[in-house]
Design a protein around this ligand. Sequence first.
Ligand SMILES: Nc1ncnc2c1ncn2[C@@H]1O[C@H](COP(=O)(O)OP(=O)(O)OP(=O)(O)O)[C@@H](O)[C@H]1O
Ligand SMILES: [Mg+2]
Length: 355
Amino acid sequence: MASGDAYLALEGLSKDYGVGEPAVDRLDLDIGRGEFVALLGPSGCGKTTTLRMVAGLVEPTGGRIRLGGEDLTAKSVHRRNIGMVFQNYALFPHMSVADNVAFGLEMRGVAGSEVKGRVAEALSLVRLSGYEARRPKALSGGQQQRVALARALVIRPDLLLLDEPLSNLDAKLREEMRSEIREIQRRLGITTVFVTHDQTEALALADRIAVMERGRLAQLGTPEAIYETPASPFVARFVGRINSLAADAGDDGGLRIGGQPIPVGETRPAGTRVTVMVRPQHVALGPSGGLAGRVTGLTYVGDIVQVAVAGEGFAVIAERGTADPSWRGLGVGQEVGVGWPASAALVFPESGDGR
Ligand SMILES: Nc1ncnc2c1ncn2[C@@H]1O[C@H](COP(=O)(O)OP(=O)(O)OP(=O)(O)O)[C@@H](O)[C@H]1O
Ligand SMILES: [Mg+2]
């Protein structure tokens, strides 16, 4: 997206807490109006720090933040019209649900006569009408999460920031809540940044995913682009399972493993060492042809079965849906030929980490 179209623009945004490496290091990110972007990355990569800088809770040590063309960088928290749901909800335990939700309105000096109606509207949006008088501790985790969401939405924010809002919920509730959040977000058309370290959640929810690595943007793209054309081995490994294979180029430039040719739609100068990455669902196993290997393990995980195969200079995992009968004939120790469609192979410079 051209930066002229950005609604939220982070420009060289940095935070150095003064210990170790900067937590956020010259981050550039453009988000369109009404867009739902997932900020995805491993623990400690700077997701919370980024969100807190946008909210105005952490002061950047460099760069700027623009929202709707306006420079927010020097604006105080309460003058930014931004709703935020924190990693741990951060509800006030001694206050009722209604008072928790009303808090942000009172901070912003909204007239008392208007508060009640706005709180009722926000609670209805998250399907918690009737819970006004309860204390947070008398609510389930999912309900507390919805109060936190109502509290963020009640101010009718220009931007909604969600920091792993589902991390305290069990798997089933998590799935329910994430589709509810997405539904509310679409209905209100509110520009949203959703932090997660769960790649499935990011793939399922986001219009675009921003993958962060050590304080920097590793890749920004649609879920499909991130999964199918990852920009680096880091992104490829972080989003979905993938096999990494060490290969080199032969005299004709074709790539090989242990001297055997492998299917890859490109060539490299003779002697170049590369890392070839292939998703497990693309790995084909046949009675013959391809790389010679032997089945080393079969792991049944319900909907899929993972078949581990190793041979001269390589080890791969192939995945099959358990509804596909082809894996049933396989057993540990059996010889198989390993291949994949050339179009499924991603070639990167040698990553040197042996994975
Ligand atoms: N107040 C602070 N003072 C010093 N260092 C900090 C502070 N807050 C965070 N950090 C460091 O900054 C880095 C980024 O932290 P941050 O909380 O932004 O990560 P995160 O991506 O949100 O991780 P997680 O997924 O675990 O929540 C980490 O190395 C962390 O230790
Ligand atoms: Mg965090």
